[in-house]
Design a binder for this molecule. Sequence first.
Ligand code: MG
Length: 258
Amino acid sequence: MIVIKSQADIEKMRVSCWAAAEVLQAVAALVQPGVTTAQLDAAAGDLIKKYGGKSPFLGYKGFPCHTCISVNEEVVHGVAGKRRIQYGDIVSIDVGIVLNGYVGDNATTVAVGVIEPRTQQLLDVTQQALVAGIAAARVGNRVGAISHAIQTTVEAQGFSVVREFVGHGVGKRMHEDPQIPNFGRPGDGAKLKPGMTLAIEPMINAGVSEVQMLADGWTVVTADGQPSAHFEHTVLVTEGDAEILTWLKKSPFESKAR
Ligand code: MG
């Protein structure tokens, strides 16, 4: 069942999404050669606490970190640890926050210095796919319109869509209906209605679409070892353009993150 958010729900979602966006931006700014993924995760944990929130990831089915930090060939759900970021890496950071009972969810992929041209193209394409997906999140369309827009954007430029992991509705729970695959046909899935809040999150590979799970039971890597990118926004479906709730245009906070 897809939850349609009331105006009161939406106001709470705005706050949790702004906080999630501010924490993501602050953690992304800490990415530099030499820093460990554990240090980035600890900083995120401290910031989430400063905002009065909690990480919805920590303890989720036993997940051990506040954030998911996935480097290079790691696709999603990377477990932070001793790995040191190196010049030329790409680092995907997924930050969620539960605040006032509502979840905000967003992710970005950061380039560490100058990266391989093909990898830079991967980042560009994944962002373009997210934009295309958000543009398709309109009343009158179905969920599949989002999926189709992402898939066609990505595949037209020779990149591939991860099939095993999908976007999702988000609200009181981190994962609500509907599932939002990053591939599909425009006629698939539920009709979009005002008041739906959706986490749209293309996970895109430079090489093959297949992925594998590492022995830690969490970290997902590309089957061919080529890099993968991940960008995510939480959006609100409206009568007009979808509103990006995790966009830092006017924060209600005196930023605690910077
Ligand atoms: Mg998500």
